[in-house]
Design a protein around this ligand. Structure first.
Ligand code: A2P
Length: 348
């Protein structure tokens, strides 16, 4: 690798890809060159990068020649097909899709939680699911302080989690309804405007959705602790940005709500907003466009001995996707891990 890396963003025209470019720019990520890739239909388009614009190139198998780091957010199929070619070219990949998350060769990393997992990477590092990221940032300090036995989470997820098309569908349906037209459902299985859908991603054989099982399996992988029991219900709500989560945790040792508030106030990347009588608690609207994970409504669970309830909100496009991916890239650089030990590791 040259001393200052050449960086590529794959999916640069999408909701997360654009935020990745903005995050790389705003955090001053050291790059000798930044390249933007998307599908053939976007070739020649321009995407913003600070005060400049970058020309979008069609993604091809040989796009990664001379690229040191590629951050992907172009869906699982694109990552499955192209990330191995990137590695073959000697490029380290940080992938935001679900394609590589549970692959034992790929670390699944939230830098505040398990940065050491990067040490033995083989070329592809997976960025976790947005809902998982904001939850593990909060439950890790609780686990370290009091042990963690069980987590019960219910999510309220924004439409930006579905990308540009999810936001467009909510906006179009609201317009249609206010103009007396029947709203069409093209992206979601039923109307999302003024509704809540307990259905994110496909249903699995056990009647959970794939999104719910991602939260279960990814949390265990990130915490590297199969003894932690996790169960999830994920819902899509008509909100543009920021996912909210109601989280109930059962700890091994007693941790009072007051001590939990104090603990989380000191934890990295967390902002405690918890004075409900003064109307202080996190909401998706207020948390949009920010980098922190916000926690409020911290309460003792009076139905069990060592239980806590809380409400966690974060911008799903930032900490839930683009920011976490760029933080992984920063950590790789800091640890001098921007290298590929075996270029054939992912090409069968
Ligand atoms: P494009 O705009 O050319 O379709 P979102 O999640 O907001 O829908 O964005 C998805 C991103 O993934 C877009 O940048 C999209 O590019 C990109 N993408 C989708 N399919 C491909 C592909 N086959 N090759 C490269 N980029 C792709």
């Amino acid at each position: 690798m040259s001393s200052i890396p050449v960086v590529a963003v794959v999916g640069a025209t999408g909701a997360v890809g654009r935020e990745m470019l903005k995050t790389l720019h705003d955090r001053g990520f050291p790059a000798s060159k930044v390249l933007a890739f998307a599908s053939a239909k976007s070739a020649g388009d321009l995407v913003p990068f600070g005060d400049d614009e970058l020309e979008v190139h069609e993604l091809k198998e040989d796009s990664f020649d001379g690229v040191d780091l590629a951050i992907f957010s172009a869906g699982g199929a694109t990552s499955t097909k192209f990330a191995p070619h990137a590695v073959k070219s000697g490029c380290t990949v940080v992938d935001n899709s679900a394609a590589w998350r549970m692959d034992p060769r790929c670390p699944l990393v939230v830098p505040e939680v398990n940065p050491d997992a990067l040490e033995n990477h083989k070329g592809i590092i997976a960025n976790p699911n947005c809902s998982t990221i904001q939850m593990v940032v909060v439950i890790k300090p609780i686990k370290d302080a009091a042990g963690l036995e069980r987590v019960v989470v219910s999510t309220y997820q924004a439409v930006s989690g579905t990308g540009r098309k999810g936001m467009d569908e909510l906006e179009r349906q609201v317009r249609d309804l206010f103009n007396g037209r029947d709203p069409e459902n093209n992206v979601y299985p039923c109307q999302i405007a003024f509704n809540i859908l307990p259905h994110i991603d496909i249903f699995m054989d056990n009647d959970y959705t794939k999104e719910e099982m991602k939260m279960v399996n990814e949390t265990v992988k990130i915490l590297d602790d199969p003894s932690v029991k996790v169960t999830a219900t994920c819902a899509r709500v008509p909100v543009f940005f920021s996912h909210a989560e109601s989280v109930n945790v059962q700890t091994a040792k007693h941790l009072s709500a007051r001590d939990c508030r104090a603990l989380l106030s000191q934890a990295p990347s967390i902002a405690v907003l918890d004075n409900p009588r003064e109307g202080i608690y996190p909401t998706p609207l207020a948390c949009g466009g920010t980098d922190e994970v916000f926690v409020g409504r911290i309460r003792d669970d009076e139905s069990i001995e060592n239980g806590l309830n809380m409400w966690i909100v974060a911008d799903n496009v930032r900490k839930g996707a683009a920011l976490n991916a760029v933080q992984i890239a920063e950590e790789l650089l800091k640890r001098d891990l921007l290298r590929v030990p075996d270029r054939d590791a992912f090409l069968s």
